[in-house]
Design a protein. Sequence first.
Length: 195
Amino acid sequence: MYRYIEVLRLVEEQRKLERRLKWLMQKTKIVERYARRDSAEFNGIPEQPNEILTSIVIRVSSFIGCTIREEDIFFAKRIGSRSPRPIIVKFTNRYVRDRLVLTSINYDLEHLNDNLNTRQLGFTGKELPVLISSHPSSLNKFHRKRARAAELRNQRRIISIGIQPPLRAHRPIYQRVKSLRTLAIIAINKHNLRL
């Protein structure tokens, strides 16, 4: 009888620990998203020796028509191992980041046949597309990777809604975007989806 009671106690303790772990994982996701809310990711910009990343960010943003000052940038650094490594930029507030990403989306929508690339920005070497997006959390990266794999496997269109620009080949929007809410509404309307 004693062993049975002990087993029941251990089972209940395990359930409590599992609930606590689930709660902590949710909190970690929230904190990670909050920490990245001011950050943007620049992909496709070639690495150069002795590069000054803040000046590269300012140059790219001014090219697409978004005014960013050096005071708006908290820090910029390259991360990862793939080549060229993406540039992560943390801005002083998320409104600067939102303005930059929306300007990038609008630039690509206005130049459908000639999207932003390294040749336009004056970089030498192989011409690569330059993508500017919000800095996604590791969970969002995981979901995006799975969605792209499912898209290739099933040959179905996956629509991304939010600040992340849609996949280049699947442009669900064809007009100027003024806010993130507008972006979501346009994407939903173009594909006859319901909220």
